[in-house]
Design a protein. Structure first.
Lengths: 315, 500, 328
């Protein structure tokens, strides 16, 4: 009808749709476990974890929108957390904030450089590099220890976590809307050959996207370590488990890109996912099933958001 | 009225491997004119303008614009030098806004200290759209919300708002409705009034005669002549476009009396085949012992017909039926029932470039060689047919990527010889191939015809169709527009008149 | 300024030189994995003072490799097509759990159960990759994670134990025999039937393979299921050696397989340069590399660091790409 048609054209249609889904998910779980799920203070907790992953999801967005992958963000997160722990001991708050961000930027640069120079697919190169970063995390924890000092836990709770997260979202939105980088990552994702023909330096912007992605992961680390207060090094590809939640948010952002507000979609998406996991816990799901739900959910999200084209070659 | 020289092309030349696409073409373009560039497919007009607008690097020669030599590195660079192009395919990128698309690659004018003033960009884009009478297109909207025609109109604004000295329109009109065309002509008139030049490439003779001041004709990469619009009519233009000498040593020399001869039995019946957006209700029969040709402009849909017969089309309705009643719906049915296919996109469809000659020749035939395939059996098989086609190679273990264009095509034909296919669907069989190999292929086709095989040639080369085919269908806009029979009196004129 | 004629002649002679250089480089590339194996062997032989070559250590190295070798056959099939399978590790864990559980009743049933589990998981991978058109890496990564959760859930209270008679099969001749049998069958099937050629064709150019009459979708589905079955069978070997399944069973197997394939010279995009020797040389190289690093006293993290660096270098070296390709 006319109202729905006009609503469709509006820029906020996508966000509205997501908010409706959020409400529905809340209703479903609330109905199933009225006493253990969904109270206002619990909602704040869900939002808290959602914000953390959403920051990572924003960074990953720059990569995935171009059709690339970055499977090293888990290991970057671990290393950045350890850097935060270590430098907060020697340089206080400044160390806590600057070290992980710088760490992320440097690792992102390494990712970008390896990808551009070696000319191998992004998922392979980032998986390979994650092995290296994981081993580096063991050395890092030897230097920094694994517990964050009490004085530095403020980013693990309101209001500081909200402030930092909102700053990160604002930064992401700003870059997407008000810089050449934002335009070009979209252009490269739409049609790399045409973009190149318009004079876009594809290699340069792919490199910058990798740097940005891991920098956001560095910001995420501040929130993550503030919330968790401790971080052990991870080897044996265990850090891959940290890739999943941010990636889910990123796919929400991609799916709702055409409505013009990807960041909002990422944040709301992560909130929905946080709620969903909390809901499963409230239902009595054992912790081990967490991974099953994670894997299944990401697969489902990608399934729904992937357009199928007849005869497309997919590897 | 004495017009000044705006752009001078001096001995512009370009080769792609053995193909000499543009042969030392020199042209003059004057201020304040619409200069049409016409010629058949492969005449070199698009290649010529692509070099001018930065899409292709110049082979050799110079373009001199208002006294300075220009050699743009990409389209935006060309724009900065005063040259713009509106291409035939989609030139806008999905996922970006209209304004983003309009200024893609050129955002620096809105950037201050690293920050893009998106509001200013949107404002300017909307102003421009309004100025062009396209105010219904919103600059802030994602471009995906608009259809092909509106997106093309955005491209037109993108390429002309800075008043380029030279504007190239490359076969854009074919995909536009009347409204879109009128807008385009409006823009062209405006550019002319400003004292600049429009290079107008089109196959529509009516349009050309309506809009152009002067018309230049290219043929096979060579410059033929330039005429004034008042001095010619449609027929004369078509004559100028063609009019080559037929090289008798190349093609068939026989002219069968078709009235007396019985057509061979039907090999394939195409009935009511439609592929949305490409071909519309095509029906014909292909007989044994005949070479049937399909010709037309690039986008007339004839290439899709070949795919449809081979079972490779998606979204195809209608039927492709063989003599024994089998309906061809997928590639394997086609191959197993003796249909062969050589695609226009040789490197991506006909051949596995990064694989051995042996694999390429033997793949469809492997299922006929029993359960156990020895290396020896395969090597002998592929060797036999590679040699039969006189393929110039080191060994069948060589990768196809190392071969020249002509030899690649030989491998394609060797494959189907090996499969003993009786029905051959060949799309652009001699494109980009040197003369010797062309002659060899034509000889082979003539031989196959005598062996009672059914051959369908889809080609953009009119001479090839005239020289080799017993019957020729001409397609236009997805439908069959005419059927012609081989005879010594048949001329290129007859084909072209049905094509454009 | 050179005329167009001169540039044509110049480019012709450089083209011939380039072709000769390319052919030479290709030959060297063909021998690189073997050379790499010898270098690795030589390096560790010296570094461990020859002790890596004692019969005891060689036996130890090989005994750790049967499972890897069998699973590698399946992964090789997948990678030749240009796809990936990241679910191998947890697939092994779950299949092993099924085997162990069923072994309490009947050995043959248990082996079939393990194989079937692998096959079903392979089918799931194939469904999402082929019919939903999601990239194989992403699909198998999600499935890997999902199955790890399943494995952890199954072993929550305690590991799943195989019947006691199972570990009695831990005899080197038997295991080596089984492994060799699998290798031989894989070799024969891919070398002497059209299957090997079809897989290489799909890896070389999926579109052109389709036009050459290869049923690409059907082939992909079959290959994923077969690879799953092979891993399910490898789970049997794993049960023989370990006797039980814990929540970390099969951890890192997919990474080990990927590194092994790359060490063996397998191009990351598959295609016609894939060779059966990738499997054998690759797995052997990996086993020696890993054992050698352990014997040299490196900690796990340094071992992983070295493996990561070696992996990236090898992938870059063996990648089979044309210059204009758009790489994502």
């Amino acid at each position: 009808m006319e109202l729905i048609k006009r609503a469709r054209q509006s820029q906020w249609y996508g966000v509205g749709l997501l908010l409706i889904v959020t409400a529905l998910v809340w209703l479903v779980f609330k109905a199933m476990c009225p006493s253990t799920f969904g109270d206002p203070d619990q909602l704040l907790t869900y939002l808290q974890t959602g914000l953390i992953y959403a920051v990572g999801g924003c960074g990953l967005y720059f990569i995935v929108v171009m059709g690339l992958w970055d499977f090293s963000i888990g290991s970057v997160l671990v290393l950045s957390c350890l850097m935060a722990i270590g430098f907060s001991q020697s340089m206080g708050i400044l160390g806590l904030i600057v070290a992980p961000i710088l760490c992320g930027a440097l690792l992102g640069a390494a990712n970008g450089l390896a990808y551009i120079k070696l000319r191998i697919p992004s998922l392979i190169v980032t998986v390979g590099l994650s092995l290296i970063y994981e081993s580096l995390s063991v050395f890092a924890s030897g230097w920094s220890g694994t517990r964050l000092g009490d004085a530095y836990k403020m980013f693990g709770s309101y209001p500081w976590n909200l402030i930092l997260a909102v700053l990160a979202f604002a930064l992401c939105t700003f870059i997407l809307k008000y810089t050449k980088l934002g335009t070009y990552v979209n252009a490269i994702g739409a049609n790399e050959a045409t973009a190149k023909n318009m004079g876009v330096n594809v290699d340069k912007y792919k490199f910058l996207a990798f740097v940005l992605c891991s920098t956001f992961v560095g910001i995420m680390a501040i929130l993550y370590i503030g919330y968790g207060t401790a971080q052990t090094p991870m080897t044996g590809m265990l850090s891959q488990s940290l890739n999943f939640k941010p990636l889910m948010g990123t796919f929400f952002g991609l799916a709702f890109k055409k409505y013009g507000h990807p960041v909002a979609a990422i944040v709301i998406g992560e909130f929905i996912i946080s709620m969903m996991f909390a809901g499963f816990v409230a239902l009595g799901m054992p912790v081990t099933i967490n991974n099953v739900v994670t894997g299944a959910t990401l697969l489902a999200i990608i399934c729904i958001t992937t357009k199928r084209v007849k005869g497309a070659v997919v590897k | 009225m004495e017009q000044k020289l705006l752009l001078h092309a001096e001995k512009i030349d370009k080769r792609f491997g053995p193909t000499h696409a543009v042969n030392e073409v020199s042209l003059d373009f004057l201020e304040g004119e619409v200069h049409a560039l016409i010629g058949e497919n492969g005449s070199g007009k698009s290649t010529f303008t692509n070099m001018l607008t930065g899409i292709l690097p110049i082979g050799s020669g110079t373009f001199t614009l208002m006294g300075h030599d220009v050699a743009p590195k990409n389209q935006v660079d060309a724009n900065h030098q005063g040259i713009a192009i509106v291409v035939q395919e989609t030139g806008t990128l999905g996922g970006l806004s209209v304004a983003d698309n309009m200024f893609l690659g050129d955002e620096d004018q809105f950037i201050r200290r690293g920050i893009k003033d998106t509001a200013a960009m949107n404002r300017k884009a909307q102003e421009l759209l309004d100025a062009y009478g396209l105010g219904y297109i919103k600059a802030t909207s994602i471009i995906d919300n608009y259809d092909f025609e509106d997106r093309k109109l955005v491209e037109i604004v993108k390429s002309t708002w800075f008043d380029p000295a030279v504007l190239v329109i490359d076969e854009t009109t074919t995909a536009l409705s009347q409204k879109g065309r009128d807008k385009l002509f409006e823009v062209m008139d405006h550019v002319r009034e400003l004292g600049h030049c429009v290079i107008f490439i089109s196959h529509d003779m009516g349009e050309v005669l309506k809009m152009a001041d002067r018309i230049s004709i290219l043929r096979d990469g060579d410059f033929v002549t330039t005429v004034n619009r008042e001095d010619v009519d449609e027929d004369q233009l078509k004559t100028l476009m063609v009019g080559r000498q037929m090289d008798d040593h190349y093609y068939r020399t026989d002219y069968p009396d078709y009235a007396r001869e019985q057509p061979g039995e039907t090999a394939v019946s195409v009935r009511g085949v439609t592929v949305p957006g490409m071909i519309d209700d095509i029906s014909f029969d292909l007989h044994r012992g005949e070479i049937l040709g399909i010709g037309g402009l690039s986008e007339c849909g004839m290439h899709e017909v070949g795919k449809a017969i081979f079972g490779a089309s998606y979204d195809r309705t209608g039927e492709v039926v063989l003599a024994d009643g089998t309906k061809v719906k997928d590639i394997n049915t086609a191959i197993d029932h003796s249909i062969a296919y050589a695609s226009k996109d040789r490197d991506n469809e006909s051949l596995l470039i990064n694989d051995t000659i042996e694999d390429n020749i033997a793949l469809p035939s492997m299922r006929d060689m029993g359960r156990v395939l020895s290396d020896k059996k395969l090597r002998e098989f592929s060797d036999k047919y590679a040699v039969l086609m006189s393929t110039k190679m080191v060994s069948v273990n060589q990768y196809v990527s190392a071969l020249s264009g002509g030899n690649k095509q030989k491998v394609v034909l060797a494959r189907w010889l090996g499969k003993q296919s009786d029905i051959l669907v060949l799309d652009s069989p001699t494109r980009g191939i040197d003369i010797k190999v062309k002659a060899a292929i034509y000889a082979l086709l003539e031989q196959m015809r005598k062996e009672n095989k059914a051959i369908l040639i889809i080609s953009e080369e009119i001479m090839e169709l005239l020289g080799m085919c017993d019957r020729i269908f001409v397609m236009k806009d997805g439908k069959i527009n005419g059927e012609l029979t081989r005879s010594p009196e048949l001329s290129e004129q007859d084909l072209i008149s049905k094509m454009v | 300024m050179t005329t167009s004629n001169d540039t044509a002649i110049d480019s012709k002679t450089t083209a011939i030189d380039d072709k000769k250089k390319d052919a030479f480089a290709a030959r060297i590339r063909g021998f690189l994995p073997l050379i790499g194996f010898v270098v690795i062997l030589g390096f560790f032989a010296i570094a461990t003072g020859g002790s890596i070559l004692t019969p005891k250590n060689i036996t130890l190295i090989l005994s750790g490799g049967y499972m890897l070798m069998i699973a590698a056959c399946g992964v090789w099939l997948i990678m030749t097509m240009g796809c990936l399978d990241f679910s191998q590790g947890s697939m092994l864990g779950v299949s092993c759990a099924v085997f162990c559980a069923l072994s309490q009743y009947n050995l043959a049933l248990a082996i079939l159960g393990g194989i079937a589990t692998g096959g079903v998981i392979g089918a799931i991978n194939a469904y999402f990759h082929v019919y939903r058109q999601i990239q194989s890496f992403v699909v198998t990564m999600c499935v890997m994670f999902l199955l790890r959760g399943v494995c952890a859930f199954i072993t929550t209270t305690s590991p799943v134990y195989a019947a006691t008679y199972v570990t009695t099969f831990n005899d080197m001749t038997l295991l080596m025999g089984i492994t060799l049998a699998v290798l031989v069958i894989t070799y024969v099937v891919t070398r002497f039937t059209s299957i090997g050629h079809n897989l290489k064709a799909i890896g070389a150019n999926e579109k052109a393979a389709r036009f050459a009459g290869i049923k690409v979708q059907k082939t992909k589905v079959i290959v994923y299921i077969v690879a799953g079955c092979l891993t399910g069978f490898a789970a049997f070997i794993n049960a023989i050696k370990v006797g039980s399944v814990t929540s970390t069973a099969g951890n890192m197997l997919e990474t080990q397989l990927l590194i092994a394939m790359v060490l063996g010279g397998m191009p990351i995009n598959g295609g016609a340069r894939a060779r059966f020797s990738n499997i054998v040389i690759g797995v052997l190289s990996y086993l020696i590399l890993q054992k050698g690093l352990v014997m040299m006293g490196f900690t796990t993290e340094i071992q992983q660091l070295i493996l990561g660096v070696v992996f990236i270098i090898m992938v870059a070296l063996f990648s089979d790409r044309s210059s204009n390709q758009v790489i994502k």
